[in-house]
Design a binder for this molecule. Structure first.
Ligand code: ADP
Ligand code: MG
Length: 423
């Protein structure tokens, strides 16, 4: 995939209507009160929005929010699949579920942050949106309703894409968190408008794309998290690129078991043992250094207050489970990143959500904060871990897209990036 894409700086937007795809899929309070619990994604979109407004563009912003079900019939079907009984599934409940995913709270918060009015449309491509888009003046911003209120959105329906495109003259994508999806608003519209990236996507392409395509070496990949099976693509791709691969987290136990170790009650994917052995062999064949834990912090149960003891890797007693890498492993891994040119990290080293088992993840974060290497964090939980442990501002780049950054690291083509004009 070509990561070198045109950006808002490469295109004249003065006096033009710009359709801007943002990622405003913010977490909301569970009680349906419309309170945004974390506005990070809205704040992250500000530089591109402000730039466009300053350049004299009329900005038509849009985003999806949650997973609304566009028709009552499909809502009913989904509820039945979830095991709800038919009598309890009403149109009111469906409408309420939609109500909670409207963009009003986002418009309000965005307006506060920008210090200017955000005009809100009642629909996505309906009469209200088209009228408001037509009347929009340079320097003004309009926010469309939740793009997923249109059932053509997730199907990448060309008719919907055409209608969205018809409101504007330029398409800017800044929704990195959604670029791995080929939807009407993330990819389809680019068939009908000149399409460029905003600053957020540009940064992701520069850092992750740069690290994958042309890394400063040695490139060390740290891979952890819960399961081998969810990281196959990432491991396969990084095995082709990296000089060193470090394995931690829950997936390490599948490697350990594959080599004949005892892993007690640790996370284990029996079906992936052969794969793990293949990886070890492939790494050896390619001359890639593959590091596995040499010790592990085990717990007598999966709980924050579990009793713990450090044991050698592959020697976990029955009834115990590995929840973090051990101190010897921490030393080994921190040494391995000290002289790196680039470090790509995806997947916590242990169950960092429990303070008692966060030490391994914390030590690795600390080591990254001290290297001169370019440090790149991908994956939703990994980004959360680095933030929670207080190292966020010490990293070169923390990806804003969970799923998107994983697919990026897998070397997959991202439809929302591929559709943008090449630089
Ligand atoms: P990311 O979202 O960054 O890609 P993952 O979703 O793959 O990361 O993994 C994150 C989860 O892995 C965390 O919730 C963490 O608790 C869990 N995890 C890490 N190590 C272990 C372990 N030894 N046992 C069970 N879960 C683990
Ligand atoms: Mg995750």
């Amino acid at each position: 995939m070509n990561y070198n894409k045109k950006t808002v700086k490469d295109i004249d937007v003065k006096g033009k209507k710009v359709l801007l795809r943002c990622d405003f899929n913010v977490p909301m309070a569970k009680d349906g009160s419309g309170v945004i619990t974390d506005d990070k994604r809205i704040r992250a979109a500000l530089p591109t929005i402000q730039y466009l407004l300053e350049q004299g563009a009329a900005v038509i912003a849009c985003s999806h929010m949650g997973k609304p079900v566009a028709t009552f019939d499909s809502y009913k079907k989904k509820q039945l699949e979830k095991g709800k009984d038919e009598a309890s599934i009403t149109e009111e409940k469906w409408k309420k579920s939609l109500q909670e995913l409207r963009m009003e709270p986002v418009a309000a918060r965005l307006g506060e942050l920008l210090g200017k009015d955000v005009i809100l449309a009642d629909d996505v491509v309906g009469p209200d949106a088209t009228a408001k888009a037509a009347a929009l003046q340079p320097g003004q911003i309009l926010l469309l309703q939740n793009t997923r209120f249109e059932k053509g959105e997730t199907k990448n329906d060309p008719e919907l894409a055409k209608k969205m495109a018809a409101m504007a003259e330029v398409y800017v994508s800044d929704a990195f968190g959604a670029v791995h999806r080929a939807h009407a608003s993330t990819a389809g519209v680019a068939d009908y408008l000149p399409a460029v990236s905003g600053f957020l996507i540009q940064k992701e392409l520069d850092f992750i794309g740069g690290a994958l395509a042309n890394p400063k070496r040695p490139l060390v990949a740290i891979l952890g998290g819960s399961k081998v099976s969810s990281k196959i693509g990432v491991i396969n791709n990084l095995l082709e690129i990296a000089d060193t691969i470090i394995i931690g987290g829950g997936m390490a136990y599948t490697f350990s078991a594959a080599q004949g170790g005892s892993v007690g009650d640790s996370l284990l994917e029996e079906d992936w043992k052969d794969y793990a052995n293949d990886m070890v062999k492939k790494a050896a064949d390619k001359g890639v250094k593959l590091l596995l834990p040499v010790d592990t912090v085990t717990a007598d149960k999966f709980a924050p207050d579990a009793d713990s003891q450090v044991v050698k890797a592959g020697q976990i007693p029955d009834g115990w489970q590995g929840l973090d890498i051990g101190p010897e492993t921490v030393k080994l891994y921190c040494d391995a990143v000290a002289d790196a040119g680039t470090v790509i990290w995806n997947g916590p080293m242990g169950v960092f959500e429990f303070e008692k088992f966060a030490a391994g993840t914390k030590a690795v974060a600390e080591a990254l904060s001290k290297t001169d290497a370019i440090t790149i964090i991908g994956g939703g939980d990994s980004a959360a871990a680095v933030q929670q442990l207080g190292y966020a501002d010490k990293m070169t780049h923390i990806s804003t897209g969970g799923g998107a950054s994983l697919e990026f690291m897998e070397g997959k083509e991202l439809p929302g990036v591929a559709c943008l004009l090449d630089a």
